[in-house]
Design a protein around this ligand. Structure first.
Ligand code: MLT
Length: 283
């Protein structure tokens, strides 16, 4: 189920699952949150919606994917870090798998990458699911917080960053009642590489405002948020929903920021319902 391919001299890893029902309805591309990896989509990969192929890349520098290449000598075409890099890697994965278009579901940082994909290649996004994410850029206060996180990374490493985030990644219900999920998120976040985590902080800090992209969305779109999400809660989801023409909004009770892990059955049901309602394609 884990595979890898080489794109621009880096190996990119991805998880690939198919529903045991023949007659493909399409591909669902899952883009993970910070500071996690494709493995956070385990509840969706192990129960793929009927007829759908589910593909989840490790964004560069996370999971089994190589981090960015070291800065190139002057005169090379090296570019600054951008959230669009994740989108380009995801598009390269679709190319590698010879998939023309996909329903793209991004959670939090994965949502930023999904919006960047739309900006780069809207025609390849057949449907969009934005979970526990936002469309605006970082405020000055949020940018300052990213700076403090970079300091934590430099002094305490990835584990310190993960420990600092954990109380806000999971909702109160999960923290009180689901020790296995807490442990799993802690392990996954704590095992990421410092290079990938540091680059992601910079990419998120410098990401552009996507308000115009949201208003221009013409594909079917669904916004999901955990009712207990303290990072991008229901009010943020409501604003996102209002910015996307024709979108639907679902708030999941008993879930925090990682709604797909915290309420997997409800998340999968919501996703399944959205996918079932999509027009079929010839792919
Ligand atoms: C995430 O879960 O991906 C991050 O919380 C996103 C962010 O910090 O903006």
């Amino acid at each position: 189920m884990r595979h890898a391919f080489v794109h621009e001299r880096r190996s990119l890893s991805y998880l690939d699952a198919r529903a045991p029902v023949p007659g493909g309805r399409g591909t669902l591309l899952l883009l993970h949150a910070f500071p996690l990896a494709a493995a956070m989509w385990e509840p969706q990969l192990t129960a793929p919606p009927a007829g759908w192929r589910v593909v989840a890349p490790d964004l560069r520098g996370f999971g089994g994917s190589d981090p960015d290449l070291r800065p190139q000598p002057a005169g090379s075409d090296a570019t600054a870090l951008s959230i669009g890099d994740y989108a380009r890697d995801a598009l390269a994965l679709l190319d590698h798998l010879e998939i023309a278009d996909a329903v793209v579901c991004g959670l939090s940082m994965g949502g930023y990458a999904a919006l960047a994909m739309l900006g780069l290649a809207a025609g390849r996004v057949r449907g969009l699911v934005l979970a526990d994410t936002r469309g605006d850029a970082d405020t000055d206060a949020a940018r300052d917080a990213r700076g403090r996180m970079l300091e934590t990374l430099a002094t305490g490493g990835v584990r310190a960053v993960a420990d600092g985030m954990l109380p806000r990644l999971l909702g109160q219900t999960s923290q009180a009642k689901r020790p296995a999920i807490v442990e799993r998120v802690k392990r996954l976040a704590g095992s990421q590489g410092a290079e990938g985590v540091g680059a992601a902080i910079l990419r998120m800090r410098d990401r552009p405002d996507s308000t115009l992209t949201l208003r221009a969305i013409r594909c079917p779109a669904l916004v999901i948020a955990g009712a207990e999400d303290e990072i991008t809660g229901p009010d943020v989801a409501q604003a996102l929903h209002e910015s996307i023409p024709g979108s639907s909004l679902v708030i999941l009770d008993g879930a925090g920021h990682l709604s797909n892990l915290e309420q997997p059955e409800a998340f999968n049901e919501t996703l399944g319902h959205f996918l079932t309602g999509l027009p079929s394609t010839n792919q």
